[in-house]
Design a protein around this ligand. Structure first.
Ligand code: SF4
Ligand code: SF4
Length: 293
């Protein structure tokens, strides 16, 4: 039995069914009583999608959860803001802000928007390489029509405090989904659930605390140079632009190709090993699966 089976699974009575008496005519005429659906938890959390200088690929990745996203919206989260999906014009108060894209500091509206997001959200999540690390916008230099002055883009962590990182270009639908479910448990769950959610989110919070710079070179400095690389090849598999090849059992990074998304370091099993998540892996997995059934 998973840790959260009792919470998420529907109650099924263990009592044996009594034989049903044949229906009288009067009974047939009575309207059939329908049982109210019991929601697995009391309140939904308020979630917003804040679109800074991004490509909307992170939102598409969230949508790629298909029915899983509908289940989340049905049971656990209300989408209170998101210009692509909802007609709400100003950033409201919310529990979780999923922020996509970096911030152009020559655009006052964008700077004000990210600051307001921090003020209005209990938890700020940087979704995707651009929000976490700048990603492709690190290469922006301005000089293009019709706004040549828009030349400087920063990851959101350089302007506001960010609580959780979901790296990747684009991040996987599963990781975004997991963070949404875990954020729900963290904010609305029992103590046991909060502990589980904290264990799950801890490495992603540690990534946010680590900083706003990323490059394939992180593998050199923080893994290979430290004697930690075991040549598993996860970094090469996770690179969206195939900038990493495995040579003589170790990653070789083509820095001309690297778009500075941070996926390789985040995916490397030797970059930040979290025993809390590994030892709770089954319970976490079961909790998420049960939540989405
Ligand atoms: S993912 Fe990490 S441990 Fe595996 S090959 Fe790449 S740098 Fe080495
Ligand atoms: S090497 Fe690839 S995965 Fe790593 S930061 Fe560069 S583009 Fe991203």
């Amino acid at each position: 039995m998973g840790l959260l089976d009792g919470v998420f699974k529907k109650n099924v009575s263990a009592e044996p069914q009594k034989p049903v008496a044949p229906q009288k005519t009067a009974d047939i005429a009575k309207p059939v009583e329908t049982k109210k659906e019991v929601k697995p938890m009391a309140d939904k959390i308020k979630v917003g999608h804040v679109h800074m200088s991004g490509c909307t690929g992170c939102l598409v990745s969230l949508a790629d959860n298909y029915e899983g996203l509908l289940t989340i919206l049905d049971r656990y989260a209300d989408l209170v803001y998101g210009l692509t999906l909802a007609d709400v014009r100003h950033i409201p108060k919310m529990d979780v802000a999923l922020v996509e894209g970096s911030v152009c500091i020559q655009d006052k509206c964008s700077v004000d928007e990210i600051k307001l997001t921090r003020e209005n959200a209990a938890v700020v999540v940087a979704v995707g390489g651009c929000a976490c690390y700048g990603n492709i916008t690190r290469f922006s230099r301005g000089g293009q029509q019709n706004q040549p002055q828009m030349e400087s883009y920063l990851p959101i962590g350089d302007l506001i405090k960010v609580d959780v990182y979901i790296p990747g270009c684009a991040p996987t639908p599963q990781l975004i989904r997991n963070v949404c479910v875990m954020a729900y448990l963290l904010l609305k769950g029992t103590k046991e659930q909060k502990d589980l959610a904290t264990a799950y989110l801890k490495p992603l919070m540690a990534l946010a605390a680590r900083g706003t710079e990323a490059c394939g070179c992180d593998l050199m400095y923080d893994v290979i140079n430290q004697g930690l690389c075991m040549g598993c090849g996860s970094c090469a598999a996770s690179c969206p632009v195939r900038a990493i090849t495995m040579e003589y059992g170790k990653p070789n990074i083509d820095r001309e190709l690297c778009i500075k998304c941070g996926a390789c370091y985040a995916q490397c099993p030797r970059s930040f090993f979290n025993t809390d998540v590994i030892s709770n892996y089954e319970a976490i997995n079961e909790a998420i699966m049960a939540a989405l059934q």
